[in-house]
Design a protein around this ligand. Structure first.
Ligand code: PMP
Length: 424
């Protein structure tokens, strides 16, 4: 299709009529497709089904430790040793949580609000007001935590190599209310951005007006490569220490998209001082995590030949779905001038930018035609995309056979919304 923004009035009318009829035909197929959440498919979950039988009758001890009992607040040392290199930290600096890293992020913020961090003069909640920097497009659940807890959100543009560092450096230097920043440094949700070495270095080095500023380093997609290339990012903990800010990064991760999304193991990792601080708070909250879940993960990850081997099997399922979306978008939207989309090398999402002012309409049209999408605006703080432009595409959950029709439906809606807007 030619560039829609350059069509004359007659061509515009004719193209609109043609796309409208394609939309009607698509809607009449009565499909029920869902590209909303970044959930693993059942086929992916099946890869870890052995977890359902592990650790198995009689297997509940690690050395002298009885995993059925209370205790071992920090989590099984053997599993910490296995997971630590994925996050570029040492096992002593890892705390294992239960199944959700999002819960640990929430905890870390609540602890900071109620008690302050180990570098805080007072609890964050006693400050006149606090704010977080949010790279956009970003992860809606990060933004929901801030909204829920009364933390102001300040958007910063996210480029392919990370957040716009000129803006970040200026903001954190001049505004002491800024206590934190959300970062998904690898295969970010939803654009797939990967922070460059220079971005990591500048985040570690920058001067912040708040002495207790923290990077919320959510490395949710650390090993979730889609291509043969296993992208590596610079080590944030080491960079922060090198620049004299050893406590700056709170690192989070989980096996949610390695094993079972609802029953994995989450982790918090940071400097020794931050780990002591975190454990001191956590100790009041629980007598210890679910060590049997930790143990069965230890056994499974050994049996499947390690994390990388398991991730290769995920990739074999996921990569064709992403390739399908790319192919359909290229065919239907390429050269139209009304859409651009990311081509991530990993993670769970593609970010689709449509003609400004039409994202909500695209989502509405898609729903009416049987394709459920994440609400437009979800990629921005307060659910408000000022340009009404960005849509998150999550192709992981549907079967491969459904991904093509779903992407086709989205593309038709993108064209229809754009043409309707252009036709005024
Ligand atoms: N962080 C990011 C960036 C995510 O995309 C997701 C899942 N969609 C999570 C965290 C949730 O992780 P968990 O299952 O460990 O809570």
């Amino acid at each position: 299709m030619s560039e829609l923004t350059r069509l004359c009035a007659d061509e515009l009318r004719a193209t609109l009529a043609e796309v409208r009829s394609r939309y009607e035909t698509f809607a009449q197929r009565g499909l029920k497709l869902n590209l909303t959440r970044g959930k693993p498919s059942a086929e992916q979950l099946d890869l870890s089904n052995e977890l359902l039988c592990l650790p198995g009758a009689g297997d509940y001890s690690v050395g002298a430790l009885d995993c059925r009992n209370y205790g071992d607040l920090q989590g099984l040392a053997d599993l910490r040793t296995l997971l630590a290199p994925v996050f570029g930290v040492s096992p002593e600096c890892v705390v294992l949580g239960d199944n959700s890293s999002l819960a640990l992020m929430h905890d870390a913020i609540v602890y900071s609000l109620l008690k302050g961090t180990c570098d805080s003069e007072r609890p964050w909640s006693k400050e006149p007001g606090i704010a977080f920097l949010c790279a956009v497009p970003g992860y809606d659940r990060h933004f929901s935590i801030c909204q829920e807890l009364g933390i102001e959100m300040i958007s910063v543009p996210l480029h392919e190599d990370g957040p716009d560092m000129d803006v970040v450096e200026q903001r954190v230097a001049e505004d002491a209310r800024i206590k934190g920043m959300w970062c998904v440094p690898k295969y970010s949700n939803p654009s797939g951005a990967v922070y460059s070495n220079s971005t990591v270095d500048r985040l570690a080095k920058m001067k912040t007006a708040a002495p207790d500023f923290r990077l919320f380093w959510d490395n949710a997609y650390a090993v979730h490569h889609l291509g043969a290339e296993a992208v590596e990012i610079a080590n944030i903990g080491e960079a922060c220490a090198r620049h004299g800010h050893p406590n700056r990064a709170f690192i989070f991760g989980s096996t949610s998209k390695v094993t079972f999304a609802g029953a994995g193991v989450a982790l918090f990792a940071s400097s020794p001082a931050n780990v002591r601080w975190y454990l001191a708070r956590m100790e009041k909250r629980t007598i210890g995590g679910d060590k049997l879940n930790q143990l069965r993960h230890l056994r499974l990850l050994h049996n499947v030949g390690g994390i990388a081997a398991l991730m290769d099997r995920h990739r074999a399922i996921l990569a064709p779905k992403f390739a399908k979306v790319q192919a359909v978008f290229a065919e239907l939207l390429g050269g139209t001038g009304v859409a651009k989309w990311t081509q991530p090398k990993g993670g769970y999402f593609i970010s689709l930018d449509v003609l400004p002012g039409t994202a909500r309409e695209v989502v509405k049209l898609a729903k009416q035609a049987g394709v459920e999408l994440t609400p437009a605006g979800a990629t921005h703080p307060y659910g408000q995309d000022p340009e009404d432009r960005t849509i998150r595409i999550a192709p992981s959950f549907p079967d491969l056979a459904e991904v093509g029709p779903a992407a086709e439906g989205v593309a038709i809606c993108v064209l229809l919304a754009a043409l309707e807007k252009l036709a005024g």
